[in-house]
Design a binder for this molecule. Structure first.
Ligand SMILES: [Zn+2]
Length: 220
C-alpha cells in the first residue's frame, strides 16, 4: 500500500468541492456542507486510513444540552473537536430523542475537528465574507475576490442574525453579545448561542471579569 503522505493528504482534504456542495439551512439561512460530504472527502483523501474516536460525552439534562468531544486522527496527527446539541423536551419536560441529540453533537464534534484542517473553507468563505471569510488574512481562500463591503466594527451594538437558543427566548443577539460569547473558553458560539441573560452560569463565570465589566458598562 502506498505510504500516507501527510502533506498530500491535507492538500486533498482542503481542496475545493464541486459547485453546488454548499447548502443553506432552512431555519437560519446559514451555509453548510453536509457531514457525509466531509466523511467522503476524508475517506478518499486518506484511502480510508483515518480514525475517529469519541472521547467524552456529557448529557446535561438541567441545561438541556449534549456535549461531545471527538478526536480525528490522520497519519501521525490528531485533532480534537467539540460538538453541542440541544436536548428537546415535550410539554411536561420529558426528554425526547436523546440519541438523536447525542448523534448530532458527535457529528458536530467530528466536523469541528476536521475544520481545523480547513476542510471546506474555500467553499464556505464566500458565504461568510462578513465574518472570517472576508478577513484579508484569509484572502487566499477567495483567490483575490474582494472582501465584503460591510464593516461591522462601525456598528458595535447592532443586532445581528443570531438568535438565542434558550427555550422560548429566540431574541436576536446584539453584536456585543455575540462578541462576548467569543470570550468564553470552550464555548462554540455557533451552536451555544445565548443572549446575555441566558448564558448558563457555569459559562458566564468563565468570561474574564474586565470583559464582562466592559460589556455591562460600554460607555465607561
Ligand atoms: Zn435568550
Amino acid at each position: 500500500m502506498e505510504e500516507l503522505n501527510y502533506q498530500d493528504v491535507i492538500e486533498r482534504i482542503k481542496a475545493r468541492f464541486p459547485q453546488g456542495t454548499v447548502r443553506q439551512r432552512e431555519d437560519n439561512g446559514r451555509a453548510y456542507i453536509p457531514n457525509q460530504i466531509y466523511t467522503d472527502r476524508v475517506e478518499s483523501a486518506t484511502g480510508s486510513r483515518w480514525d475517529r474516536e469519541i472521547r467524552d460525552v456529557e448529557v446535561n439534562i438541567p441545561h438541556r444540552f449534549v456535549k461531545v468531544i471527538a478526536r480525528v486522527t490522520i497519519g501521525p496527527h490528531h485533532r480534537d473537536g467539540i460538538g453541542f446539541s440541544e436536548i428537546h423536551a415535550d410539554g411536561s419536560g420529558k426528554v425526547k430523542q436523546l440519541s438523536t441529540a447525542v448523534d448530532q453533537a458527535a457529528n458536530e464534534a467530528v466536523r469541528d475537528a476536521l475544520d481545523t484542517w480547513q476542510i471546506g473553507w474555500r467553499d464556505l468563505a464566500p458565504y461568510n465574507s462578513k465574518d472570517w471569510g472576508g478577513n484579508p488574512a484569509l484572502g487566499h481562500l477567495l483567490h483575490g475576490e474582494p472582501p465584503g463591503e460591510i464593516d461591522f466594527t462601525k456598528q458595535p451594538a447592532a443586532v445581528i442574525e443570531r438568535k438565542c437558543v434558550f427555550a422560548n427566548c429566540g431574541r436576536k443577539l446584539t453584536r456585543d453579545e455575540w462578541e462576548l460569547l467569543g470570550h468564553i473558553p470552550n464555548l462554540s458560539r455557533e451552536r451555544m448561542t445565548y443572549c446575555f441573560e441566558h448564558i448558563p452560569n457555569h459559562y458566564k463565570r468563565k468570561i474574564p471579569s474586565e470583559i464582562q465589566e466592559a460589556f455591562l458598562n460600554p460607555n465607561k
